[in-house]
Design a protein around this ligand. Structure first.
Ligand SMILES: [Zn+2]
Length: 187
C-alpha cells in the first residue's frame, strides 16, 4: 500500500497518510506544498458540469495548518519491532543477523542491576547471546558491544515506521538523519 509522508507546518514529519487520507486533505485544500519526483493521479468527485476533478499527489505533502505534534519531541515508544529495525536485525554481541523470532531485547545494564527499559539502554541480541550474558554488564560477561544503543530521532522513527517507503521519501528522511544513525546504512 502506497503511503504519503505528511509534514507539519514546520516541515517535520507528522504522519504517514494513506492515499485516501491524502486525497481528503487535497480536496479540502489543506496541502501547502508537495515534493517528490513521482506524481500520483487520482480521480475525485464529479462537479455540477459533469466534469470529474483530478487530484495530483506527490510522495511528500506539507499539511497547511497542521501543528507540530508534541509527542514527536518526546522519546518514541520502545518496541521490539522498532528496536530490531534500528539495529538492522543484528545481534550487538556476536554480530549475526537473525530473524525476528530469534532476536530479543537486551538491557545493556541489566534490569537486576537497575538498568532502565529505555532506548539508550537496550540493544538487539540473539537469544543465545542474551542468555549467555544473563544479568551481567557487557564487561562483566566479557561480551563487548559491537555497536551502541541510541534513541531514534524523529526522522528515523518515520523511516522505521513505514514498510513501503518511496525513494523520494527515503531521500528526504535520510538527509536529515544524524551521523550516528544506523538507518543511514539502509539507503
Ligand atoms: Zn548473538
Amino acid at each position: 500500500m502506497m503511503q504519503i509522508l505528511g509534514l507539519d507546518v514546520a516541515g517535520n514529519p507528522a504522519q504517514w497518510l494513506s492515499a485516501e487520507q491524502a486525497i481528503t486533505e487535497a480536496a479540502r485544500d489543506k496541502i501547502a506544498w508537495q515534493w517528490g519526483e513521482r506524481t500520483f493521479v487520482f480521480r475525485g468527485g464529479w462537479d455540477r458540469r459533469g466534469e470529474r476533478s483530478i487530484i495530483e499527489l506527490r510522495p511528500i505533502i506539507a499539511l497547511a495548518g497542521r501543528r507540530p505534534n508534541v509527542w514527536m519531541r518526546e522519546s518514541f515508544p520502545l518496541s521490539n519491532a522498532f528496536l530490531f529495525r534500528r539495529d538492522r536485525n543484528t545481534c550487538a554481541y556476536c554480530g549475526g543477523r537473525f530473524a525476528f523470532r530469534d532476536l530479543s531485547r537486551d538491557h545493556v545494564i541489566p534490569r537486576v542491576q537497575g538498568g532502565k527499559d529505555i532506548w539508550s539502554n537496550v540493544v538487539t541480541a540473539c537469544r543465545a547471546c542474551n542468555q549467555k550474558k544473563g544479568g551481567r554488564k557487557p564487561e562483566e560477561a566479557r561480551m563487548p558491544l559491537l555497536f551502541v544503543p541510541y534513541a531514534p530521532c524523529l526522522w528515523e522513527h518515520f523511516l522505521l515506521s513505514s514498510r513501503e517507503i518511496l525513494a523520494d521519501q527515503m531521500d528526504f528522511l535520510v538527509a536529515r538523519l544524524p551521523a550516528h544513525s544506523r538507518a543511514r546504512l539502509n539507503s
